[in-house]
Write a protein that binds this ligand. Structure first.
Ligand code: FDA
Length: 318
């Protein structure tokens, strides 16, 4: 039932007509507001500031993925560069999440490289080495398994060029232990997620319990003494409170200070847990999307947890 529900929501997310219709409905604004930081850079800047007042950092994401249209790619790059300026001007972490397929990968790896480099160079320029607080970076999101190799290559290439880059690793992929070993010895900033795409069994674990087990193993690898000594900065992106508690326990026993790693969650998902962790002195960041194309993103969150339907019900009641 759960998978069927999720598939139905993914179908809705992919239906251009449904998205265009819903995004025109003012009464759906409540759903957008729950999961999206604002329609434009000014609004999302205000949301990021409000989060910071509560001790929560943000990584901004401009909505849109698997973009074929070159004009939309250009707009996306311009929006990301504008986001860099605003975050810098407000004294916030200049932290930007990027999907390679939103910035040119659908056309060519070279186009994508040039665009990501532009954004990473803007981050580096905004934050001179002296001013860098260590949390300014372009975080590469990880999409379907067809993009893994190119995304990892992009990350390595940016780092070799001296640009601030970080990368997302999906625990469900069979290849992940090898990738993690390499990245942690290189002292990389690694965001660990369970993985959100419907990959075949030959490529990835498919059962929830198995995926959680893989996540735990990957987290323990990232929290080893060796990765700490190499300067690896793990970002544990999960809303799974049991796993979070295990990570906190392991980090303590392995001598990690609270500022040497962080937890990351989606804006609007388990905000109570985000605040509780912050109060306990843990570093917390939220993935903060902005833009007008919000419905595909928001309806996927409803697909992940039917409890989120209440935000639609509330909108309808109003
Ligand atoms: P799990 O799904 O097991 O949920 C744990 C608990 O949290 C449950 O109680 C559940 O109900 C609750 N929960 C989870 N999602 C919820 C929701 N939407 N609403 C309400 N409650 C919810 N994936 C990917 O393939 N590539 C990527 O680049 C990224 N990037 C990314 C960044 C960040 C910051 C996060 C938090 C996640 C991603 N993901 C991702 C998504 C990730 O792979 C995964 O699908 C989701 O985080 C859900 O898995 P959890 O670890 O939260 O556990």
């Amino acid at each position: 039932m759960g998978k069927l529900w999720q598939r139905a929501m993914i179908w809705m997310a992919r239906s251009g007509r449904t998205c265009a219709f819903v995004q025109r409905q003012p009464w759906m604004a409540g759903l957008a507001a729950r999961f999206v930081g604002g329609p434009d850079i000014k609004a999302v800047g205000a949301t990021a500031l409000a989060l910071r007042a509560e001790g929560i950092s943000a990584s901004l994401f401009y909505l849109g993925e698997y973009v074929e249209d070159l004009r939309t790619v250009e707009t996306t790059v311009a929006q990301l560069r504008a986001a860099v300026e605003v975050l810098h001007a407000e004294g916030l972490d200049v932290n930007i999440s990027v999907d390679p397929t939103q910035v040119g990968l659908m056309k060519s790896a070279a186009a994508c490289e040039a665009n990501v480099r532009q954004v990473a160079a803007a981050v580096a320029h905004a934050c001179s080495p002296a001013a860098r607080r260590g949390h300014d970076a372009v975080m590469l999101d990880m999409e379907d398994a067809g993009t893994t190799e190119v995304t990892l290559g992009l990350h390595d290439w940016l780092r070799e060029a001296g640009l601030p880059a970080a990368v997302t690793i999906q625990a469900y992929l069979h290849r992940t232990p090898g990738d993690l070993d390499r990245l942690r010895s290189a002292g990389a900033w690694v965001r660990l997620v369970k993985g959100a795409f419907a990959e075949p069994g030959a490529i990835a674990a498919r059962q929830g319990a198995q995926i959680s087990r893989r996540y735990r193993q990957a987290a323990m690898t990232l929290l080893s003494r060796e990765s700490r000594l190499s300067g690896c900065y793990p970002s544990f992106a999960t809303h799974d409170d049991q796993i979070i508690e295990e990570i906190i326990g392991r980090a303590q026993s392995q001598g990690w200070a609270k500022e040497e790693f962080e937890f990351e969650m989606l804006y609007g998902v388990r905000p109570d847990l985000q605040r509780t962790l912050t109060r306990r002195g843990q570093r917390v960041r939220v993935y903060l999307p902005f833009g007008r194309d919000w419905f595909p993103y928001a309806i996927r969150r409803v697909g992940e947890s039917p409890r989120n339907l209440r935000f639609i019900a509330r909108a309808l009641a109003r």
